[in-house]
Design a protein around this ligand. Structure first.
Ligand code: AMP
Length: 380
């Protein structure tokens, strides 16, 4: 199987025929066990379920009645949230019957909710839901899916009855939308520098330009303090004095964020601030099969930093942007944080960028360094 194009999008092979067949008979077996001696009424939800229902019918070893229900919910690759009935069911075929809805896929659950509400109104003796595919991560409702063929991650899939704008239904295997970003090398790096070097300003621009995730421990702490969370209460006194928050607290906070399986392509700002944090970060990334690609240090002379921070203090509302605390923060930077540079230099990952100039100039310098790193990694 190779990649295919449907309309404007590229899809790649995802679930082969054997796996699909196993999932179908898995559903059939579960329903057989439930059905007992009474024939169930299968409500086939069109259009998507037509192939699933046909294949299930062939391996389902008990008597059954088939009814067809046609709804429409999807436009393109995203759910519209709106579900319309295009072909309704005959109430007589549902009333007092054991009804099993046959869905190809349960995604957000919007379609399912509508089906359940409509079918309940027709008073079946019992109502069960069977779905060949189920996306637990996308599901927003609380109805139980009684018989599931296979759980899948939150990917947009086509084939075996499922479509992208009406194309792809006749594919005998399942394909998933190819995520272009995943194929392009994502870079995980630390934007490094003393307080006032412009890390936050630059990281926010880079994040948008490169589609990266931005993790700023300082912002996270401030958010916790503002919301008076237990973590915020622990961190507050340290931050006000310009001290570093203890490693344990910072590490716990980061651990939680990086455990998100979808996270990749990260800019770290303000972390790691100690060698211990750096060692921890490397370990955590390795557990996720990721690696820090670079530490990019913004260099700005100390007098300028102090001037910038005092200027920022007039509008930032940050209690740590005052002269005494700034000096203390810079002292801590030299004593505790600068050794992180050496740590990554030893790994051949240290890059330096002149942080003096306009925001655009500095940003262009950073982009140049990043594309060089990407090129170098591609060549390896
Ligand atoms: P920032 O916004 O990066 O300047 O961070 C503001 C303050 O938050 C710092 O002065 C520290 O008190 C605290 N902080 C932020 N990141 C860390 C970290 N990685 N380790 C320890 N303390 C941190």
């Amino acid at each position: 199987m190779k990649t295919i194009q449907l309309h404007d999008k590229i899809f790649e092979p995802y679930i082969d025929r054997d796996k699909i067949a196993r999932a179908v008979s898995n559903v059939a077996k579960q329903i057989e066990a439930y059905a007992g001696d009474t024939p169930v009424v299968f409500v086939v939800v069109l259009k998507g379920s037509f192939i699933f229902a046909a294949d299930l019918a062939k391996v389902y070893n008990k008597d059954a009645i088939f009814e067809f229900y046609r709804l429409k919910s999807y436009e393109g690759t995203g759910s519209t949230g709106e579900v319309k009935i295009l072909v309704d069911l005959d109430a007589k075929q549902i009333k007092d019957k054991k009804v099993v809805v046959l869905e190809d896929i349960v995604d957000t659950g919007n379609t399912l909710e509508k089906i359940i509400q409509e079918l309940q109104a027709k008073q079946p003796a019992d109502l069960k839901i069977a779905s060949l595919f189920y996306k637990p991560k996308a599901y927003t409702k609380s109805y139980e899916i009684d018989f599931v063929g296979m759980e899948i991650p939150n990917e947009f899939i086509v084939g075996y009855g499922l479509d992208y704008d009406e194309l792809g239904r006749n594919l005998p295997e399942i394909y998933k939308l190819k995520n272009e970003k995943k194929n392009e090398k994502m870079i995980d790096f630390i934007l490094f520098g003393p307080p006032g070097a412009g890390k936050g300003t630059q990281a926010k621009i880079l994040k948008d330009k490169l589609g990266l995730t931005y993790i700023a421990t300082g912002d996270m702490f401030r958010h916790h303090i503002k919301n008076e969370t237990p973590l915020g209460k622990k961190a507050k006194a340290y931050i006000q004095k310009g001290d570093l928050v203890p490693d344990e607290i910072t590490i716990d906070m980061i651990k939680e964020i990086i455990s998100d399986p979808d996270i990749k392509g990260i800019i770290f700002d303000g972390f790691p601030r100690t060698v211990r944090q750096a060692e921890f970060l490397d370990k955590l990334m390795a557990e996720k099969d990721l690696i820090i690609d670079a530490l990019i240090a913004l260099e700005v002379p100390e007098e300028r930093l102090i001037k910038r921070l005092l200027e920022r203090g007039k509008t930032s509302g940050r209690s740590d942007d005052n002269e005494e605390t700034i000096k203390h923060r810079l002292h801590l930077y030299h004593a505790k944080t600068e050794p992180v540079k050496d740590y990554y230099q030893k790994q051949g990952k240290y890059h330096q960028v002149n942080g003096v100039g306009s925001i655009e100039e500095v940003n262009q310098r950073l982009l140049d360094v990043i594309s060089n790193i990407k090129l170098r990694e591609k060549a390896q």
